[in-house]
Each structure stands twice: as structure tokens, then as C-alpha cells.
Design a protein around this ligand. Structure first.
Ligand code: 13P
Length: 287
């Protein structure tokens, strides 16, 4: 069922667990994540960056594929189709294409401009029944061309954006997209706690979910994180499983070169990664 992310995240916040956002890149990714969510009886958010949307030939292709797949696979758990780190223009494109949720990442604008653009997009998305995520501070590292310095969010600015009525708020708390460097300082729980104190029941979003140790994830959930984004970890799992298949020469045995066989180990690896995250985030049987 394609739904806005609002209800699933409000429930997660109240129930002290988190819903995973898993980024999709193609049909295999989408199918693996949807089937795992259904098997785990877990709500799920499919994240689509602007780069991934372009790769899949456009947001309309993505929305139509996801809706058709939910129907053909009889997926009954709540699924939100969400734009990840959207630009102002990208948000409008996804609204038109039939997404059920958007993220407007105005974190690189001065706060006044972030507020003005977020306010406008809150009104538009809510009028159409979509949920909306906004961002304050920045997520370090790079994801599909979106580069962030990784500065921690100012809790007062978080409150300003939360007060606009967004459904979820991403705040930089020392998190980074991609692999964490060996000298990473860890998440700033002090910042997270201050943000949570000021934003109350607002579901908070933790980007850069790849490689964050389990204890830190649990503590972040305790401090109000209700949505956790994972992208790189599925890519690494897919690449490793595919490499093993090819290095074992399996693509050269029988019809092992058939894409349905060649991509199968990677597909299973994504499923295992998503299941592991759903267990850690506590979203199993919360559909
Ligand atoms: P990772 O690639 O580090 O898991 O981050 C995903 C993310 O935050 C998507 O916005």
C-alpha cells in the first residue's frame, strides 16, 4: 500500500522504534526491499535520490514501477515512496510524478530561505496528502552529488523548521553519508538530545545509517530518531555478493550469465541487509 510516511513515523516515534528508509536504484533493489518488508511485516520507506531518479529514466518511471510492483507482489504493509535530498524543483517533479513523500533539503541555504521554501512545500505537499521531510545542519560526505560539510544542526533552527509543520526532520548530528572514516568522532548525542527537547513529538531522521554501530543506533532511537536512512550498505552487500559469484566463475557455468542468475546473489544480499536493519530498528511486526 503506497502511503504518506506521516502515520508510520508518528507511530514509530510513540512506540520508540524507527522505520528504515532504503534507497532504490533499479527493479532488483525495489523488489528486494518490498518483499523483505512484507516478510517482516514492517512499514518501509523507499528513498530515491535525484541521481537515482535520473538513472531510472525519471521519477514517473519510478513511481509507476513502485505502484505496479506493490500491486503485482501483493504488498500490504505500508510503503512510502520518498524523494531523498530533493531540490526545490525536484520536489515539484516528484509531487507531479505520484510520490507519496518528499524531502526538501534546504540545508545549504541561509536559514531564512530554508524556512521560506520549506513553508511553501509543506503547504503544497499537505494539500495533496504527501508527507514532507526538511533538513537543518548538514550530513557530511557525498551522496549522488549532494555534498555536506557535516556541521551539527542548531537546535533553535531545528525548532523553527519543525514549527512549519513538517512531518519529519533531518538534523546533522555528526552523521556522514557513505563509509565512516576510522577517525570518526561518533554521533553527537548532546545535539540530538537538545533538538529532541525543543521539537517534542517530531519524528527525527538519521541519515548516513551505513556503518553506525548498533549501540549508537539504539541510543539515537531512544533520543527520538524515528527514521533511519540506509543506502551504501545495500550497495556494498550487492557488490560483494556479485563479485563472489563472478570470481567463483559461476557466470561461466551453464547459463550463469543470465541476468536473472547473475543478479540473484546480490538481490539476496540486499534482502539480508534490509532484514538485519529492520530487526535493529525494531520495525518488525509494526505494519
Ligand atoms: P548511507 O549511504 O551512508 O547509508 O546514507 C544514506 C542516506 O542518508 C540517504 O539519504
Amino acid at each position: 500500500m503506497l502511503v504518506s510516511a506521516k502515520e508510520m513515523l508518528d507511530k514509530a516515534k510513540a512506540g520508540h522504534y524507527a522505520v528504515g528508509q532504503f534507497n532504490i536504484n533499479n527493479l532488483e533493489w525495489t523488489k528486494a526491499i518490498l518483499l523483505t518488508a512484507q516478510e517482516c511485516n514492517s512499514p518501509v520507506i523507499l528513498g530515491v535520490s535525484e541521481g537515482a531518479g535520473k538513472y531510472m529514466t525519471g521519477f514517473k518511471t519510478v513511481a509507476d514501477m513502485v505502484k505496479a510492483m506493490i500491486d503485482e507482489l501483493n504488498i500490504t504493509v505500508p510503503v512510502a515512496l520518498h524523494l531523498d535530498h530533493g531540490t526545490y524543483e525536484g520536489c515539484y517533479k516528484c509531487i507531479k510524478a505520484g510520490f507519496s513523500s518528499i524531502m526538501f533539503d534546504g540545508s545549504h541555504y541561509p536559514i531564512e530561505e530554508n524556512v521560506a521554501k520549506t513553508r511553501e512545500l509543506v503547504a503544497v505537499s499537505h494539500a495533496l496528502g504527501l508527507s514532507i521531510e526538511a533538513e537543518v545542519g548538514s550530513i557530511g560526505g557525498e551522496e549522488d552529488g549532494v555534498v555536506g560539510a557535516g556541521e551539527c544542526a542548531d537546535p533553535n533552527e531545528c525548532k523553527m523548521i519543525a514549527d512549519l509543520g513538517v512531518d519529519m526532520l533531518a538534523a546533522g548530528i555528526g552523521n556522514i553519508h557513505g563509509k565512516y572514516p576510522a577517525n570518526w568522532q561518533g554521533l553527537s548525542f548532546e545535539t540530538l538530545d537538545a533538538i529532541q527537547q525543543l521539537t517534542g513529538t517530531m519524528p527525527l531522521v538519521l541519515h548516513g545509517g551505513t556503518g553506525i554501530p548498533a549501540e549508537m543506533i539504539k541510543k539515537a532511537i531512544d533520543l527520538g530518531v524515528s527514521k533511519i536512512n540506509v543506502n551504501t550498505e545495500c550497495q556494498l552487500a550487492f557488490a560483494e555478493a556479485t563479485r563472489e559469484y563472478v570470481e567463483a566463475g559461476k557466470d561461466q557455468q551453464g547459463k550463469g550469465y543470465d541476468p536473472r542468475k547473475l543478479l540473484a546473489p546480490g538481490f539476496e544480499a540486499i534482502k539480508a541487509t534490509v532484514k538485519e536493519k529492520m530487526e535493529l530498528f525494531g520495525s518488525i511486526d509494526r505494519a
